[in-house]
Structure formats: structure tokens, C-alpha cells
Design a protein around this ligand. Structure first.
Ligand code: 5GP
Length: 114
């Protein structure tokens, strides 16, 4: 069985988080340790632990993650200056939370990717 993470509790409102958006597929909330002036996590409401577990049946959810990223970029006023979307997978990428999530980072010049 796949183990639930703190993100499941945030999705179910069982623990506090600055939730910006939620619908039947995804939830978006501010990162607790922001690495940029805007740092938001967009997560599927169902537990998919890493990108390696993504299946064709998840495509609607994954598409919604991008739609919500674009919507939040407008709301956070970072659309035109730009932003970065990051999804880490497993240890070499530094994945800490095993519930896939898209980082939306912006609000400053982010510099080179690595
Ligand atoms: P990863 O390294 O797995 O791609 O990113 C995990 C992110 O989750 C990190 O940026 C970390 O700051 C954030 N994070 C970890 N625990 C919590 C939490 O309890 N609440 C919130 N809002 N963010 C968290």
C-alpha cells in the first residue's frame, strides 16, 4: 500500500495550509518553505507517489495541474514576467514528499535551471 503524506492531510483540510485553489481533481497551496517570492504547489487530490506511477488514466488530472498553474500565474501577477514549473522525481531530483506535485516558482529572476 502506498503511504499517504502530509499533502493528503492538506487536501482533506485535516492540517493547515494556505490553500489557493481546490477542485475535484487538484489542490494548490503555498509552499511552507518558499524558494521564491511566489512558490505554490499544485497536487493531484489522489495519491500518485512519483512520476513513475503516472498512468494514461491520470492525464486529465495532469492536464488540470497545468491549467491551474496558468490560472494562478495570472492571479499572482507573474504571467508576463514568467515563472518556472518543476516536478521532482525520486532521490536524484531531491523529491522529499512522495505525492507528486508541481512547483510553481516566480516573482523574481530565477536564474539558470541547475
Ligand atoms: P519536493 O522536494 O518533494 O519536490 O518538494 C516538496 C516541497 O514541499 C518542498 O518545497 C517543501 O518546502 C514543501 N513542504 C513540505 N512539507 C510541507 C507542508 O507541510 N506544507 C507545505 N505547504 N509545504 C510543505
Amino acid at each position: 500500500m502506498i503511504e499517504e503524506t502530509i499533502f493528503s492531510k492538506i487536501i482533506k483540510h485535516e492540517t493547515s495550509a494556505d490553500v489557493l485553489y481546490q477542485d475535484e481533481l487538484v489542490t494548490a497551496f503555498r509552499d511552507i518553505f518558499p524558494k521564491a517570492p511566489v512558490h505554490i504547489l499544485i497536487v493531484p487530490n489522489i495519491l500518485i507517489s512519483t512520476v513513475n506511477e503516472v498512468k494514461y488514466e491520470h492525464e486529465q488530472i495532469l492536464g488540470r495541474m497545468f491549467t491551474v498553474a496558468a490560472k494562478i500565474a495570472i492571479e499572482e501577477n507573474i504571467k508576463d514576467d514568467g515563472y518556472r514549473l518543476v516536478v521532482n522525481c525520486n532521490k536524484n531530483a531531491g523529491q522529499e514528499i512522495y505525492h507528486i506535485h508541481m512547483h510553481l516558482l516566480g516573482g523574481t529572476l530565477l536564474g539558470p535551471m541547475l
